[in-house]
Structures are given as C-alpha cells and as structure tokens.
Design a protein around this ligand. Structure first.
Ligand code: GDP
Ligand code: MG
Length: 178
C-alpha cells in the first residue's frame, strides 16, 4: 500500500478460496471475475489467481483472488497459498453434507497459516440445488456465528450472491486497513 500522495494510493488484497473438491471454488471465481460458468470444469495444475478491481470511497481497490486449482484433493494446500492472505472464503456445497463437515478442518488449516485478522466468510455454494439440499441455511448460519464468520449462500450457476460475497469480504478488509 502506498499513501505517500493522493494519486498514488493503491490497495491490493490477497483473498484465498478454500474448501473441499468440487464445491464450486473455481466456478465462484470465474463467475465473479469473468462472469463465466463451466458445467464440466477440470482442475488445472498449479496455483492460479485472478485480479479484480472495485471502487471503494472513490479509491481503486484490487483483490488478488487465489484458487487452489485442485491441490485440495491431495490435502496439500501449501503455506505459500495462504501467505499474505487478508481474506478467505471457506466454501462448502449445500447438497453434500461431507463438504460442510470439512469446514472445521479448513478453518483449522487457515488458522495455522494465516493472521488472526484475516476476514473470513463461510460460503454455502450451489444454493440453486434446493431440491437436493443436505445442509440447512440454519446450520450454515449457526456455524458461522459460532466461529465469527460472515455467511452467505451462493450459486455460481445462477450468479446468486457471488458478487455480493466477494465484495463484502473486500470491503471489510478495506475497512480494517483504512
Ligand atoms: P472446485 O473443485 O471447488 O473448484 O469446484 P468446481 O468449480 O470445479 O465445480 C465442481 C462442479 O460443480 C462442476 O461440475 C461445476 O459445474 C459444479 N458447480 C459449481 N458451482 C455450482 C453451482 O453454484 N451450482 C451447481 N448446480 N453446480 C455448480
Ligand atoms: Mg477448482
């Protein structure tokens, strides 16, 4: 961050997306950054990120949003992935309760690798699949409350809350540092 003069003010925040395989992490990112959704997305090798810019208080705020790119299958999301992160989306799939059960493990891993001030949001993705819902909204909310997380249900498929979720996290980070 550079605040040496008004024009040079710049914000760049690293945000990581974590959660079990196939919960929709990559599609949440592609929906937010490119307005794209892929029904048959394949995980690619290596860590990837997308940079998104938004304006807050008339200032340009950039979020560098990291996607695990499939590492989570091998339980080998490295400390480099978390390094410097000031925001995190912990994602589960509302139609698969095992992915919700894993949230605590992801929170532990996040705590191990990051600062306590990291802005965290619990994200129940695939809310378009209400007909095969396995995790209630109440259970999501309760967990988020107990752990002090923001909470939102999203759908990368129909775009519900995707922009809202990312922007809430980014605004919260901005509020904490400005
Ligand atoms: P990742 O492994 O967590 O990165 O998950 P992906 O983004 O690769 O998505 C896994 C699968 O779930 C893909 O077949 C996606 O098309 C599908 N998917 C992702 N998000 C949604 C969603 O919001 N709703 C539905 N119905 N399917 C989704
Ligand atoms: Mg992925």
């Amino acid at each position: 961050m550079d605040s040496s003069d008004d024009e040079g003010e710049e914000y760049l925040f690293k945000v990581v997306i974590i959660g079990d395989s196939a919960v929709g992490k990559s599609n949440l990112l592609s929906r937010y950054s490119k307005n794209e959704f892929n029904m048959h997305s394949k995980s690619t090798i290596g860590v990837e990120f997308q940079t998104q810019t938004m304006e807050i208080d008339g200032k340009e705020v950039k979020a560098q949003i990291w996607d695990t790119a499939g590492q989570e299958r091998f339980r080998a999301v490295t400390s480099a992935y978390y390094r410097g992160a000031v925001g995190a989306l912990i994602v589960y799939d509302i139609s698969r309760s095992t992915t919700f059960d894993s949230v605590n493990r992801w929170l532990e891993e996040l705590k191990t690798h990051s600062d306590t001030t990291v802005v965290r949001m619990l994200v129940g993705n695939k809310c378009d699949l209400g007909n095969i819902r396995a995790v209630s909204v109440e259970d999501g909310k309760k967990l988020a409350e107990n752990e002090g997380l923001f909470f939102m249900e999203t759908s990368a498929l129909d775009s519900t809350n995707v922009k809202t979720a990312f922007e809430l996290v980014i605004k919260e980070i901005y509020n904490n540092v400005s």
